[in-house]
Write a protein of this length. Structure first.
Length: 206
């Protein structure tokens, strides 16, 4: 009698462990160093551009920088009335019929006057009369000190706008010498560094 034996593969057979590939360590280190140098260079370029952007923003920053100056025209009421008639609004004291009518009317006003209603005041403009009050109100974005220069001041009042700063190259009355030889006139503001010259005094020891 012939006996037949069968061998079955076990699912618990230990699988061969794949050996990790041996890489060139020196080549990887050189590659990592090159990548780090490239990232540092890009970071420096980005930081430089960011600094230039911030400096430009600070140099152009003024009083009420988010608001544009506006001076109403003499016929603002007539222009507003014609816009209201074109929008189908007959009663200036009546509330807008809906948001679409209000949007169309204020958009036409913004295009005509070059001045739009900000979001902070938008909820207060409910009628054409409210829009008329808004567009008849001038907006002055100048500094109060700059605005005073155009006003008629009393005879006993004088405002000196530009600061008096000593510089040996321009103040030559006493041979470029100052009454305070150890005091520097340093301009720290980015905006005014190009407008006013600073002077760093030489300090002796002790």
């Amino acid at each position: 009698q012939t006996v037949t034996t069968h061998r079955y593969a076990s699912s618990n057979r230990v699988k061969r462990i794949k050996k990790p590939e041996i890489t060139d360590r020196d080549a990887n280190q050189v590659k990592s160093a090159a990548m780090r140098a490239e990232n540092e260079e890009q970071g420096a370029i980005f930081a430089g551009k960011r600094f230039q952007s911030v400096a430009q923003s600070l140099s152009t920053r003024g009083y009420l920088r988010a608001v544009k100056s506006y001076q109403p025209s003499a016929n603002v009421e007539e222009q507003l009335q014609s816009i209201a008639n074109a929008s189908g609004i007959t009663d200036r004291k009546a509330v807008f019929s809906g948001s679409e009518q209000k949007f169309a009317f204020l958009t036409a006003c913004s295009d005509a006057f070059g001045h739009s209603v900000p979001n902070s005041v938008l909820h207060e403009v409910l009628t054409v009369e409210d829009a008329l009050v808004f567009y008849q109100t001038p907006i002055d974005t100048r500094l109060p000190l700059d605005a005073i220069s155009t006003m008629e001041l009393p005879e006993n009042l004088y405002i000196q706008q530009d600061p008096v700063r000593f510089h040996p190259e321009t103040d030559t009355m006493f041979g470029g010498k100052s009454a305070f030889p150890k005091s520097s006139t340093i301009v720290t503001g980015i905006k005014y560094k190009q407008k006013y010259r600073g002077h760093e005094a030489k300090k002796s020891w002790p």
